[in-house]
Design a protein around this ligand. Structure first.
Ligand code: ZN
Length: 260
């Protein structure tokens, strides 16, 4: 059995195909997928999907660093309220995500400050609700590592980690997890990351609907890719595929505190 720790099911590319995507996932033995949001609208949609596909789709809600510059007035406050209220009603919110920093989307000083402010609000929310976070760290892993110790976080998942390898021992010593997706099949760089992360700290993801090269070229990204990602991880780590499958699923259960 497999799990997709990071996918944007609320993206308009999936639109009315969600039931089909979920069915394809099930056929491929994917038993859990985490629908990550980007803003208020996709937070509402992700939670709705988690309710409609109970026990298969789970919601990670938050504001993505790419969306910070386009937030409507009060959207930050409204998103925080929406997530807090959902958590109080015991809805299926299992993490705060996707959140983080990305300097490519914050070139001006005021944009950088705003991105940091939103990220810190999301970290406070995660701490208050005792939820783990799913973090986007492109070009910003060092800065994020400097920020995290200010918060008492239940867990941190570094999604699509691709920063310098020397940061990995710091990350894994903190007890954080790393998730990797389709690039592990064709990218030397991501294979190198996987080699440096202990199996006990590794999760799998697709980050769909992002499109990929290699064997995934011209295919719509769905959780059905996960078995191939696990196979590639087992090859990189030179271990039995069944061992990788079992441990990665156990990591998913432990990290999100879900019994599968
Ligand atoms: Zn993502």
């Amino acid at each position: 059995m497999f799990a997709d720790a990071h996918i944007h099911l609320s993206d308009s590319e999936y639109g009315d195909r969600i039931s089909e995507i979920v069915a394809i996932a099930k056929q491929n033995e994917v038993v859990a997928m985490v629908a990550n949001s980007m803003n208020l609208e996709t937070s509402k949609l992700s939670l709705k999907l988690a309710e409609e596909h109970h026990g298969l789709v789970y919601a990670a809600l938050g504001i993505h660093p790419w969306n910070v510059n386009q937030l409507a007035s009060n959207e930050l406050e409204q998103t925080v309220d929406f997530i807090s209220e959902g958590a109080a009603l015991n809805k299926k919110i299992i993490a705060i995500g996707e959140i983080g920093l990305d300097p490519q989307y914050a070139k001006r000083k005021e944009h950088k400050e705003q991105q940091c402010r939103v990220f810190n609000e999301m970290l406070q929310l995660a701490e208050r609700l005792a939820l783990p976070i799913i973090v986007h760290s492109r070009w910003s892993a060092q800065k994020i590592l400097g920020t995290l110790p200010s918060y008492g976080l239940r867990g941190v998942l570094w999604h699509w980690f691709s920063s310098p390898l020397d940061l990995l021992p710091i990350i894994t010593e903190r007890g954080d997890y790393v998730s990797e997706g389709p690039p592990v099949v064709f990218s030397e760089r991501i294979q190198e990351v996987v080699r440096h992360v202990p199996l006990e700290r590794l999760l799998t993801e697709t980050d769909g609907p992002v499109r990929y090269h290699g064997p995934f070229k011209d295919k719509q990204t769905t959780p059905a890719f996960i078995p191939e990602i696990v196979r590639a991880i087992s090859e990189v780590k030179k271990i039995e595929e069944s061992r990788a499958t079992e441990q990665i699923l156990r990591n998913f259960s432990d990290f999100f505190d879900i019994r599968l």
